[in-house]
Write a protein that binds this ligand. Sequence first.
Ligand SMILES: Cc1ncc(COP(=O)(O)O)c(C=O)c1O
Length: 461
Amino acid sequence: MPISLATQIPGPRTREALERGRFDMQAGYRALIIDDEASHGCYLVDLDGNTILDMFSSFALGALGYNHPRLLAAARSEAVVRALANPTSTPFLTTHSWLDFVDRVAERWAPPGMHKMYCVDAGGEAVESAIKAAYIVHGERKRAGAGKPRDPLELAPAEQQAILENRAGSKAVVVSFGGAFHGRGLGPMSATHSKPIHKADLPCFEWPVVPFPASRFPLEDNLEANAASEAASLEALAAVLAKHSGNVAAVLVEVVQCEGGDRYASPDFFRTVQKMTRAAGAALILDEVQTGVGVTGSLWAHEQLALDEPPDMVVFGKKMQLGGFFAGERYDISQFGRMYQTRNGDRARAAIALATLEAIEEERLLTAVRTQGEYFVEQLRELAARHPTLVSQPRGVGFLLAFDMPTPELRNTFLVRAREKGVMASYTGTRSVRLRPHLITTRKEIDEALAVFGAVLDELV
Ligand SMILES: Cc1ncc(COP(=O)(O)O)c(C=O)c1O
């Protein structure tokens, strides 16, 4: 199903459809309307019959492309039909299908050292929940240290009243990194620093922010500069942890900063961050909303960091089809009522998540992503060598791929022209092109994308 263009993109039917649904507040954001019955594998088909190669996967949400038979079968299964027809508040009342999902994830797919899982809807909500878990454990420990009951329900009535009236909120902080993106809820947003538009006019916690190293590529040519920026970041982290000593609930970090521009730090950096976080008595929360579920060539990107011990929490979303977090033993918040949403544990989406994880395993997609990802990044390096004034910093691990362009304007033009020629890619940071191929993407499709990128760059020279 190679790229085939019947009209300009967007064509007349798509343009007409883009005018519909205007009651939807986000209608103006939309780039395309697709025919998702006709779309297949890595190719989406728009309403004008244009077949477009999808190197974007809806901000890394899609894993197995369009109309994957296993996902279709799961979606048509009795378990999904019943889950949709008979909604339940899963923490309180559930069915076998949810228990199957939880047991299978625990047995096969949870990162090593994780003790529990907590599921919500999306990534930002999952980060919010992990932050809550960190605060709860921090608060319980503090109270226990002060000789008070761990359980807030055992506090004196006046103290409970102070809690209800916002007079006893935690003064502890969550440390995050410059350029990070952790979601848009009022909690995670205080740890999000990628674009002012996300936060303008909104209240934020005054939590400390530490610069993120942002390695320069190729790594072997930038050893000194990268080591210096990591050292500076660690020094800033040490200063923040010292300043807020005893009052740090969590250090929250992405394994690769995705929305911030696909920015990397070394495994050594993360190992040191973990040691410092542990010494500060805080939770290390790894946000794997975008890096998780195979896109880096391991199921969880942090497996490639070889940390000295498991992180305290690992947050997931996007490709997992549910949001949530895995927690180490210390962050198991099992007290009734502490973490509860009516829609925790969506059984329908859990069935799709299970089918996704099974397909990744059975189709050996982690190996494929590693192999094809290496090829892709090599080809991006060649593209940079051929177009040194336009393409720089080609980088990637697995199918988490990016390169920089000289200005935001040129990057945006590149993306529009690539789409006009039938390849959908995405932006990140201020001037980076982000590629997030579906995990099933083959070399032939990579070559097809590269040919389009080459043609666009030739036009832009
Ligand atoms: C690392 C990271 N964390 C959290 C989120 C928020 O996820 P969602 O948009 O599903 O709320 C995103 C979304 O891009 C993300 O990339």
